[in-house]
Design a binder for this molecule. Sequence first.
Ligand code: IPM
Ligand code: MG
Length: 368
Amino acid sequence: MPTRKIAVLPGDGIGQEVIPEAIKVLRVVAKASGASFEFEEGLVGGAAIDETGGPLPDSTFRLCEASDAILFGAVGGPKWDDFPHERRPERGLLRLRKELDLFANLRPAKCFSMLVEASPLRRSVVEGTDLMVVRELTGGLYFGEPHGIERMADGSAHAVNTMSYTSREIERVARVAFDVARKRRKRLTSVDKANVLVVSQLWREVVTQVARAYPDVALEHVLVDNCAMALVARPTQFDTIVTENTFGDILSDEAAILAGSMGMLPSASLGGRGPTPERGCALYEPVHGTAPDIAGKGVANPIAAILSAAMLLRHSLNMAADAEKVEAGVVRVLEKGYRTADIRQDGTTAVGTSEMGDLIAREVLALY
Ligand code: IPM
Ligand code: MG
């Protein structure tokens, strides 16, 4: 097998702590499976601003382009909160998504049976939750033109962001979502605000057209406000959800409550630069962000990063069987009662970030 190159961008806050644990597990996979991985680190976010003045240095972008996959931590933090819009750490991530054309963001939210009590929601509500949010990632309000703030001489101001989508952008993410749904329970919920927004009317029209090629997948359209309510009231009714960028940002954070903790949620951002959306250089990141309140303490949950590494194996390296071993390793460690602080319950054993990484790495190795 050729050596696979993985760009490693830990970024800021707990990104610096959880990404080494994901690499620990990937090294075990390489050793046990005979695959060969080369890891090369790049600066991004606040860490890059401090070193180079900007959130995404050219060298990092080139490294990403030349890699088979990108393992990304998180960006941002109070230190850079007052930076001008274009120079904020988040711009580094947004530019990567846009320039690599990573338009399909897969965010699975699963409630592991042993973590049911970690969710603030009742057992009867969350038990059995297993859903996938497919968030469009390179369009909508995040990137629409025009955007900007106009300052008037009288001291007042006017700010604009534009929600904009072409039918092509909608169609390609819809296809990815239908493909995902087809491999799951064959139910797709398309989320929009078609009762108010014309963008959503086009969204609904295009998704309905794409559905014709997927007669085996049941499609429903749900308004975003109603979806937000249903997600916490009846989460098990959902299988695959597809939605535009901003709605997906919000709904995927809400879905974290179903999984017990943000620290459990991985993601994959697949792109259009490869022969298929699954074969371009894709980016894998935990959904949790930099968590400045716990950063540097060694207590962050590395499971989201480790599950992101599993998605990397599955989607970018065609190593689905190995991805399953990583996922099974995580389940075994949870079954044995080890917990980081975010998912702590009575009767479990408290562990820190690197101990959790060690435990999972050991279980994964034992599965070969
Ligand atoms: C996410 C984050 C990002 C987003 C930020 C960090 C730019 O909230 O990945 O959900 O808004 O997309
Ligand atoms: Mg978000």
